[in-house]
Write a protein that binds this ligand. Structure first.
Ligand SMILES: C=C(O[C@H]1C=CC=C(C(=O)O)[C@@H]1O)C(=O)O
Length: 445
């Protein structure tokens, strides 16, 4: 099929041009398998996207990072010429994410080197697969952008036509583990947080742990992504390698927000239990979770806070019923939340309003974030923070970067946390965190 063509728009010196064509195949892996950086993979529902190389990169830091990224991405898309006939699924998107905290973490060696406070890129190559349709999109910038985008499109159409998808290899194996904190340290941290709740300083705080593992063989994150697509098909599977540093990846059950036109979708996900050995045991555990005063309280704090954050933007906010979200190793309480916006809003405005929800931060937000920074002896980096995509219309989807790790070839650092409220039991919370490591740990050991 002939590529769709359109004229480049020139604003000052900047020209951004995208070209696209339909593909016969869905060669998502082929785009990820090179060492090109940045690289991004995203799979949710019936859509998967692989992107590589940067036509334009946006980075930001500090508290203003959400607004700064939004302004820069909007300017980029304003200067971007896309053929009218290219369907919305194949139009260029900017991919990226944010750090959890507003400021950087002091001291220590961090696996997050190379991950700024925020990083987004408009990829040179984007392959989008939705249902049975696959599209290739090539984007270039600069005075020769139109010719470059066309050349890129031709080059990659040929490369992808020759590619055959291979089976993912086995997990690399783990030779060493290092937990932060230790089990005793965790008991102390959780007890201190509970005292904070008892004193009235806090209503809830989500404390996390990290698990650093040395790997016995080189890790292929694209292979992990392929395997996670089989074990966690209902989760958001993501992988991002910024310009330098490691690769952040995961399979998270939690959507932070998606915006399409004036419709906003989000959810409260908090309150957890394990899986049973039999369907009857599963049902029993789910029923116990639905009835648990402690978990209902932990969950309600999240649902109420999300509603409060959305109300200033929305004419209606609808809170669904509390249900069970059953995953391979855990079950959560989940409430779906939808809203209709009063005005057009960019998805990044909602990301800024909602992050961090009390499913990953706590309440009141400032006291909870202070407690997290004072308690956790590691850098959360991009763990539990928004990751996703945004398009030229300001639509987009962001997931919460849970059930995740940051890795280099021979080392990975996993993160997982649990919401602490007055009735929390440190040992049960420890067990819950270990279950939350499973999605990624199972892919490594
Ligand atoms: C903080 C995490 O999970 C959150 C999401 C679902 C349930 C949670 C809980 O029950 O504590 C957490 O709020 C994590 O996976 O690291």
């Amino acid at each position: 099929m002939e590529p769709l063509r359109g004229d480049g728009t020139t604003v000052g010196e900047t020209t951004v041009v995208a070209r696209g064509c339909r593909l016969d195949d869905a060669p998502v892996r082929a785009v990820l398998e090179t060492d090109a950086r940045p690289r991004f993979f995203w799979a949710a529902g019936t859509e998967s996207i692989a992107a590589r190389g940067s036509a334009a990169t946006v980075t930001a830091g500090g508290q203003s990072r959400f607004g700064d990224v939004q302004a820069a991405v909007e300017a980029l898309f304003e200067d971007c010429s896309v053929p009218d006939r290219l369907p919305s699924v194949a139009r260029p998107r900017a991919f990226g994410g944010f750090a959890f905290h507003n400021g950087s973490h002091e001291g220590g060696d961090s696996p997050w080197d190379g991950f700024p406070g925020a990083a987004f890129f408009l990829p040179e190559i984007q392959v989008t697969v939705r249902d049975d349709d696959a599209w290739l999109t090539a984007t270039a910038t600069g005075p020769e952008a139109a010719a470059e985008a066309e050349a890129l499109l031709d080059e990659w159409r040929d490369r992808l036509a020759d590619h055959s998808e291979r089976e993912p290899g086995p997990p690399p194996g783990i030779s060493h583990r290092e937990r932060t904190p230790t089990r005793d340290g965790w008991r102390e941290q959780v007890s201190a947080a509970i005292s904070g709740v008892d004193r009235g300083d806090l209503q809830k705080v989500v404390l996390a742990q990290s698990l650093k593992v040395a790997l016995e063989a080189d890790l292929s994150v694209p292979d992990v992504m392929a395997r996670l697509s089989r074990t966690y098909p209902d989760c958001y599977r993501f992988m991002l390698s910024p310009e330098s540093g490691g690769t952040f990846f995961g399979a998270t059950p939690e959507r932070l927000v998606s915006v399409r036109g004036r419709t906003v979708r989000t959810e409260a996900l908090a309150g957890s239990t394990g899986r049973g050995d039999t369907p009857a045991e599963d049902e029993w555990l789910a029923a116990e979770l639905l009835e648990s005063e402690k978990d209902r309280h932990e969950h309600k704090l999240v649902a109420d806070a999300i509603r409060d954050q959305l109300e200033p933007f929305a004419s209606t906010v609808r809170i669904g019923d509390r249900t069970i979200r059953r995953l391979a190793t855990v079950q959560h309480l989940r409430t779906s939340i939808t809203a209709e916006l009063d005005d057009d809003e960019h998805v990044l405005s909602l990301v800024e309003a909602l992050h961090p929800t009390p499913a990953v931060g706590g309440l009141p937000p400032d006291a909870a974030l202070r407690t997290i920074r004072e308690t956790e002896a590691f850098d959360r980096g991009w763990y539990a923070a928004p990751i996703g995509w945004v398009d030229a219309a300001g639509n987009g989807t962001f997931a919460v970067g849970l059930r995740s790790a940051v890795a280099t070839e021979r080392e990975a650092t996993l993160f997982a946390g649990a919401g602490i409220v007055a009735d929390s039991d440190p040992d049960r919370e420890w067990d819950e965190v270990q279950l939350k490591y499973r999605p990624i740990l199972d892919e490594l050991e």
